[in-house]
Ligand binder design. Structure first.
Ligand SMILES: Nc1ncnc2c1ncn2[C@@H]1O[C@H](COP(=O)(O)OP(=O)(O)OP(=O)(O)O)[C@@H](O)[C@H]1O
Length: 370
């Protein structure tokens, strides 16, 4: 995966260190660290091993455990007392399988889709974007939900108005550490809602391409609900790297989610997995777990279409309240249980994209302070 390595260790120490590092299987890539091309640097200063690792996907929350495990294993070697580990993130570019030109500054486009409206697609898209950023990536979100652009309210930036200093490209908002653009910043709801498919799709493609995005590892696109012309055109005209399909567990929603998977299969966009939203409800008084919308909807589709079930979110009042206040769970309670589910989904999505293409990314340095 890596283009350059800097190994400066004498033999037989080098072979022993590489063997230990390759025996450590990176859990989401399912490969040893050496085989995955993640070991960028090895050096020795006295009895201190200098180790450089490069991750192809963001997962800052796992760094501490990884460093501890590796330090323990490497310190079993006679020549090593200490390990100094530096971790970088280099997200590979993946412009998908369409012949569409890449969006300047954007390495990966993740479409978040649902067949049915109201299942929590925007909630998932916003929290996924924030979770990818929380795990160390540069992220943007595009609200393409033409019939109900809710991202501005969910991010607390309903009053933002893009400007165009050069008369060609529009600025994106910056909020909670991510860049954001929305069809809702530009149009009044009633204007967009009457557009026919081709006009709506054309406007959305223009919005994506005429936004001056900062350098982004991931652009999360909150797709319009449904599986019709707009979704098909968007999938063909935007270089989508992969799609996340959101569903609730009940039959009617899963039926529509299947249509979503079929649409992405048709246009050769890999489905990175299913997010089951409103999976269960925990009674705040007694802790009883109930399933108001049924069970196993998401896992059944995941099994049937051989795609991963990325995570299951509870039906929880704090999720709704946070979205209404412009403070999504990932930023409102960054160390809470709900944020942890979104972060795990983000890591899985990033890893899945990294596995689909060779790495050609630009280095973004994240120093490890352990
Ligand atoms: N897990 C959850 N628990 C509680 N409320 C939720 C949850 N997920 C979403 N909601 C709430 O449900 C409503 C619909 O969510 P959202 O707008 O994300 O759905 P959507 O699928 O994007 O809808 P649309 O298709 O209309 O754009 C919002 O008020 C949101 O705050």
């Amino acid at each position: 995966m890596l283009s350059s390595r800097n190994y400066q260790l004498p033999e037989p120490l080098l072979s022993s260190v590489l063997a230990i590092l390759d025996a450590h299987i990176e859990p989401r890539l399912q490969q040893g660290l050496v085989s995955a091309g993640m070991v960028s640097k090895l050096g020795l200063k006295g009895r201190r091993l200098e180790l450089g690792l490069v991750y192809p996907y963001p997962c800052q929350s796992s760094y501490k455990d990884t460093v501890m495990t590796l330090t323990r294993a490497l310190a079993t070697l006679d020549a090593i007392d200490e390990v100094e580990c530096e971790i970088d993130l280099q997200v590979p570019v993946n412009t998908g399988s369409t012949n569409t030109a890449a969006i300047p500054n954007v390495k990966n486009v993740i479409a978040v889709a649902s067949g049915k409206g109201g299942v929590g697609k925007s909630t998932t898209a916003v929290n996924l974007a924030l979770a990818l950023a929380a795990e160390g990536a540069n992220v943007g979100i595009l609200d393409a939900d033409i019939y109900g652009p809710s991202v501005p309210v969910m991010l607390g930036i309903a009053d933002f108005k893009p400007v165009s200093p050069d008369g060609k490209m529009m600025t994106a908002a910056k909020v909670h550490g991510i860049a954001a653009q929305s069809i809702g910043f530009i149009l009044a709801d009633e204007q967009a809602a009457v557009w026919r498919g081709p006009m709506a799709a054309g406007a959305l493609v223009q919005l994506i391409n005429e936004t001056s995005w900062p350098e982004l590892d991931y652009l999360v696109v909150d797709m319009p609900p449904g599986t019709g012309d707009i979704q098909l055109t968007l999938s063909q005209k935007v270089p989508v790297s992969g799609a996340v399909v959101v569903t609730t567990p009940q039959d009617i929603a899963t039926l529509d989610a299947k249509k979503g998977i079929t649409l992405f299969n048709k246009v050769n966009i890999p489905v990175l997995g299913i997010v089951e939203n409103m999976s269960f409800h925990l009674c705040p008084n007694c802790g009883y777990k109930e399933h108001p919308f049924g069970t196993h909807g998401g896992s059944n589709i995941a099994e049937r279409y051989a795609v991963p079930l990325l995570g299951e979110l509870p039906l929880n009042i704090s999720i709704r309240e946070g979205m209404d206040k412009g403070l999504p769970s990932v930023v409102a309670e960054p160390s809470g249980d709900i944020a942890a589910i979104y972060r795990e989904i983000a890591c899985k999505v990033g890893a899945s994209l990294a596995k689909t293409k060779p790495q050609t990314g630009v280095s973004i340095s994240i120093s490890d302070d352990e």
